[in-house]
Design a protein around this ligand. Structure first.
Ligand SMILES: [Zn+2]
Length: 462
């Protein structure tokens, strides 16, 4: 029986009471949290592995609810001064539409490496297109030891919002084939080792016909699977719903596309009415503040959504829009933006924000009884962060605040999923870091050339 004992830790439980345990300990056996409490009140154990977590913060493993696995490779390949429509049409889609399966595999490895390195233990992947190799992508996720819900892309119109022909030809897919492949990978992988889930990822409103949305809804309820999709990201999206005399949430409700394990991404332009529909149906929103900032999309009304009872989660989005998959840094921006947007430093506090990246994320994925907080009986998914760094010191008074406001995900010394180390003593064990970086460096230049952008020097002002 494998066991881990963590002692002298500053523990953020993210449990229902929002408890923080100073001088705390955690005992893990066979991948499950068996005891959590003050170090001096714990039972005596003889663990296989002992971690002295003095000067460290132990968090529930972070949960990133919006990840583009194929986009890490495109970090720094796209201008940083274009709006979403131009960004997609002229840059992101031509690059993705020219991507080979091998390049997508490198991108997936790079994303996994970055997430594991920075304390993420569970994620939701969006838009996994057939050209990336769906089965191969899932296999890479499984082998890394992380937990992941993988959204197989589906579409039947090559458009975006009210522009029906916007998509790059290399990304166009046939809905029947996508659904067939979904069924195959679902049968092969879903719930494997309690770590992999297969979801559907309709491309966007305007790229999926109403009929296809209805089919998706049936498939999802038949399998008790999940759905994730970009929604109400920019004002152009709202124009599309307006042209159909509806609103984002009403549109989805009418098609049977709301409920638990329905995670809609961005939601910057949702109205109070939309929030009410999502809250009443247990539908989640993934907040991606860096991406919304970089693309000038707007600031999502997170405080309003929470007050209205919506389950808000946190996501990083992809390489060209964030540009990092470090969820801890996303947490910092989420906090700051809500304070400034509400012109009120009390509008959103540290512990509320941490919930977005932990238990709310778990709820969004429908796995809140399994992970998302540090509680007895849950699986042992943890991230341990060193807060004795020049930029997080002095950390004796408020290590959690220092970590969130001043730290980075790379400060994670140990990252544990199901009681197994994916990162240990500062080193990622499950992927070869230098090899992955080497492959990515080579692949990005080749991809740029293939997409007809050989002479483009990137957003650096050369
Ligand atoms: Zn996205």
């Amino acid at each position: 029986m494998s066991s881990i004992y963590i002692k002298n830790a500053y523990i953020v439980t993210a449990n229902g009471k929002g408890e923080i345990i100073k001088d705390g300990s955690i005992f893990i056996e066979d991948g499950e949290i068996k005891e959590v409490g003050k170090s001096d009140s714990m039972k005596a154990y003889r663990p296989e592995y002992l971690i002295d977590a003095a000067h460290k913060v132990v968090m529930p493993g972070l949960i990133n609810t919006h990840v583009h696995l194929a986009q890490a490779l495109m970090r720094g390949l796209v201008p940083d001064n274009v709006n979403l429509i131009e960004w997609l049409r002229d840059w992101v889609w031509p690059l993705q539409g020219n991507m080979t399966e091998d390049e997508a595999a490198v991108s997936t490895e790079l994303t996994l490496l970055e997430m594991i390195n920075s304390g993420t233990t569970t994620f939701l992947a969006t838009s996994v297109n057939g050209r990336y190799g769906v089965n191969r992508t899932i296999d890479a996720v499984y082998k890394s030891g992380i937990r992941g819900a993988i959204g197989r892309q589906i579409m039947d119109i090559p458009g975006y919002a009210d522009q029906p022909q916007m998509l790059h030809s290399g990304l166009i897919e046939d809905a029947d084939k996508s659904l067939k492949e979904f069924e195959y990978v679902y049968g092969r992988w879903n719930n494997k080792d309690g770590r992999i889930w297969i979801w559907l990822s309709p491309r966007t409103p305007g790229a999926v016909s109403d009929d296809l949305f209805r089919r998706i809804s049936l498939v999802v309820s038949e399998h008790n699977s999940g759905v994730t999709m970009h929604l109400a990201e920019v004002r152009d999206d709202i124009r599309y719903f307006g042209s159909r005399n509806t609103s984002p949430a009403r549109f989805l409700k009418d098609l049977g596309m709301v409920g638990p394990k329905h995670v809609y991404v961005h939601g910057v332009w949702l109205t109070e009415e939309d929030m009410g529909i999502f809250a009443g149906t247990g539908t989640s929103v993934s907040h991606n503040p860096s991406s919304n900032s970089k693309l000038g999309s707007g600031i999502a009304k997170v405080v309003s959504m929470l007050r209205n009872g919506v389950n808000v989660t946190l996501g990083t989005d992809g390489g060209p829009s964030n540009d990092t998959y470090d969820l801890l840094r996303e947490l910092r921006l989420a906090l700051l933006l809500q304070k400034v947007d509400n012109l009120d430093p009390q509008a959103f506090n540290l512990m509320e924000a941490i919930k977005l990246a932990t238990i709310n994320g778990a709820r969004g994925l429908g796995i809140e009884t399994m992970v998302g907080s540090i509680e007895v009986g849950k699986r042992a998914d943890l991230a341990i962060f060193d807060v004795r760094k020049p930029y997080t010191s002095p950390s004796v008074i408020a290590p959690i605040s220092n970590l969130v406001y001043a730290g980075t995900g790379s400060d994670a010394t140990d990252v544990i999923v199901d009681g197994k180390f994916l990162k240990k003593n500062g080193k990622v064990l499950v992927l070869d870091e230098s090899l992955v970086i080497e492959k990515a460096e080579r692949a990005s230049a080749e991809l740029l050339a293939r997409a007809g952008k050989k002479d483009w020097t990137g957003p650096d002002p050369l």
